[in-house]
Design a protein around this ligand. Sequence first.
Ligand SMILES: *Cc1c(COP(=O)(O)O)cnc(C)c1O
Length: 393
Amino acid sequence: MTSTARALRPETTLITAGRGGDPAQPINLPIVPMSNFRSGHTAEALAAADRDGTPAIENEPAYARGDGAPGWKAIEQLVGGLEGGYGVAFSSGMAAIAAIIEQLPAGATIVVPSDCYMGLTHLLADGAAVGKWNVRTVYAADPDEVEAALPGADLLWLESPSNPLLEIADIERLAASAHAVGAVVAVDNTFATPLLQNPLALGADYVIHSATKYIGGHSDLLMGIAVAKDPADYARLMRRSEVAGATPGALEAFLALRGARTLSLRLAQAQATAMELARRLAEHPAVTCVRYPGLPDHPQHELAKKQMRGFGAMVTFDVADADTADTLVAALQVIEHATSLGGVESLIERRAKIPGQEHLPAGLLRFSVGCEHVEDLWDDLSSAIATATTSRS
Ligand SMILES: *Cc1c(COP(=O)(O)O)cnc(C)c1O
């Protein structure tokens, strides 16, 4: 967006981003499969190709892996703009995460939450095993513990709300503490989406999104977006995209932008339903624990209220044990038993059955609340809970 354009609210930007102004063209960007650009652009064409509000493409665009493709640029501009930085699209959320972590100098020290996306844990363990970096794991909901681990760190990684325990980290406080010891700060904002939380405004240097989840919203694509606050960091991400080549496909870029059009509607509906279901689950005698940042008894509820504009649509709850949880999941008719999250369809998964997640309570269920009617979801859940609890007695 140019400096003279009126600033649009995020709900509107989601719908207008990437639209062309040419009356002969469709309203929305079509699928643009491409690898290379024609050489010999005029200065005018180059100016038109620049990402609005992002650093100018200084050289003539030649090849998509290095210069970006039109479909990626639309979703990069959208997510980058909503986060208040400069976005770079990757082939998955993990590729976006790796693009930030693998820029660290050899032997770097990374502070990482004990509860975080499992792919990150694996990436860090693999690198640590071959001496690339040192990892310090902290309970990120305790800022004193994080601060005690920061001296000598190069990168503080945060994920808030975290997967799957929905812990909230104090991004503003911890970003300041990390900067005070010279560490950069990256936040995985996948669960909150750019609509509910903007880590760059709270002091972070990088934000990543798995666009596979809420941004895409339909469980039909893989994509990641890394957003840098600083243009020099953005240039490094573009360089990473060029040299490592984990770039998205044209169809994925189209689907991600198309999905993002309805992000605010989907999220509003799913979030309201999540709040209601979390309340009802908390009152259910067979449910032993509900973790949802919107519940007043969530340990970081006040912090969530302060740094987020909503509590999201992920709810984690526990039933007595693994058998009860497995029977419950098998009895569901509307809610799908599957991994992943952030789509219009509600998904549920017993996390401790996944290799590497055995430390979680055996009866813990991660519930990605979708856009179905709240009463259909409650009917499904409450009757599955009844099946699971009566079949045991
Ligand atoms: C899914 C997810 C990722 C990884 O994204 P992919 O697109 O699957 O590579 C990272 N962080 C969080 C919080 C996620 O949910």
